[in-house]
Write a protein that binds this ligand. Structure first.
Ligand code: ZN
Length: 155
C-alpha cells in the first residue's frame, strides 16, 4: 500500500495534457495500485494520474459500484445532459455545479492491456468525465457555475 501526495490547484501539471501510455509495464501496474490506494485513502470518487504529479493517461474511479482502472480512456459517445454538484481532490473545500453528458461510452485499456468499453450513467458517468478532463488539463471549475465553499450538508 502506498499513498501518493495529491497535487493541488496552482501546480502546472494540472493544466497539462497528459501523455498516452505506450505499454502497460510493471510501472503502470504499480501506478494503478498506488492510485487506488490513494483514492481510497482520500475517500474520493476518482483520481487522475496528473493529480499525483504523473503526466500519463491513467485514471481510477470508484463511486461505490466497484473500482474502475482505465489506461488511455477515451469518450467515444455521449447522450443527454445533467447538472449536478462536483468537487475535486485537487481543489479542497470547494464545490460547483457542472453540466455534463448524462450517459457516456468510454473505451480504455484495462491493466492487462485488453481493450474494453463501458457505458456509464449517473455518478459514474460524471466521475469518468471529470477524470478524463484532468487528462486534458481541464478542471471542473473551468466548467462549473455557482462555485462555493463546501457546506456540511454537501460534504
Ligand atoms: Zn478532480
Amino acid at each position: 500500500m502506498a499513498v501518493y501526495k495529491i497535487v493541488e490547484i496552482g501546480d502546472e501539471i494540472l493544466k497539462e495534457k497528459a501523455k498516452p501510455v505506450k505499454s502497460i509495464n510493471a510501472n503502470i501496474i504499480k501506478l494503478l495500485d498506488n492510485m487506488a490506494d490513494t483514492l481510497a485513502d482520500a475517500k474520493g470518487a476518482g483520481l487522475a494520474a496528473p493529480q499525483i504529479g504523473v503526466s500519463k493517461r491513467v485514471i481510477v474511479v470508484d463511486v461505490g459500484e466497484g473500482l474502475y482502472e482505465m489506461v488511455n480512456p477515451q469518450i467515444i459517445n455521449t447522450a443527454g445532459q445533467e447538472t449536478d454538484v462536483e468537487g475535486c481532490l485537487s481543489i479542497p473545500g470547494l464545490v460547483g455545479d457542472v453540466t455534463r453528458a448524462a450517459t457516456v461510452k468510454v473505451r480504455y485499456l484495462d491493466r492487462h492491456g485488453k481493450e474494453k468499453n463501458l457505458t456509464a450513467k449517473g455518478m459514474l458517468a460524471r466521475a469518468l468525465q471529470h477524470e478524463i478532463d484532468h487528462l486534458e488539463g481541464i478542471l471542473y471549475i473551468d466548467r462549473a457555475v455557482n462555485i462555493r465553499k463546501l457546506s456540511k450538508k454537501e460534504a
